[in-house]
Write a protein that binds this ligand. Sequence first.
Ligand SMILES: [Mg+2]
Length: 293
Amino acid sequence: MKRYILPAALALLAACQTAPAPAPTAPEAPVAAEAPSPTASQQWLYGSAEARIAMVQEWNAIAAYVEAKAAARPNASVVLAPRATADAPEFLPCGDKPLAAVFDADETLIWNLGVTAERQRKGEAFDPAVWADWERTGAGKAVAIPGALDGLARIRAAGVEVIVNTNRGHDTAEGNAATLSAAGIGNFVHGSNLFLRGDDDQGSGKDGRRATISETYCVVALVGDQLGDIADLFNAKTLTPPARKALTASPAFDQMWGNGWFILANPVYGPSIAGSMDDVFPADTYWEPSAPD
Ligand SMILES: [Mg+2]
């Protein structure tokens, strides 16, 4: 059975490396293996009532937004045109194309409970090979996000096509469709209403796939848990966390949040989990407790 090395045990080991050798004593009792526990962010996202409520609220807002767009057709899509920027925003035209809403899959439509718990139980980090296996065989062990099934039913009832644009792999298309189906999200056909990493030469960038989808559909909503689900420009490597945050607040983009662009909370993984103390806590909020009298 695998043993878990706890942070306290690691600190002890580190201390032992620098401390003077202790006087000989009786052999230390082995540290008992303790059951793993979820991280704080896993507890919040996958386990809390508050996260369930946040998701239901967001899915209700997404469904209401899409219903309103279906009732009053827009002229423009919410997909940025090629080379659009915050200073020169431009959206693709809709023409008379049928309407679609485009969703990321992981932590947007489904929560990846099976593989997340497997990694946590074993104290192991993300492993691309394990993740690929999860894509192939995880059907039934990922669950629909609270609110998603009701939201998707409303969107479909409004006559809007549900499209999935995910960075799950092209090579595991069958398993990915099975996972979405087993979670009740729907029946998806690769290349028709399911678009995967590897469908083009843009790697995990999704702009190319959004352009492909836009050849057939007028996209009225983009929904994800990470900014790459909206536009690749948010993932420029040069952007620090504060700069990335500021880009989302530029006037052309700021008016899109909840208005065609939707981000669901995911505190567990992804590019949002970044930033130094200075990035996260502005200098002008620095504080110390009052000195005792
Ligand atoms: Mg995702």
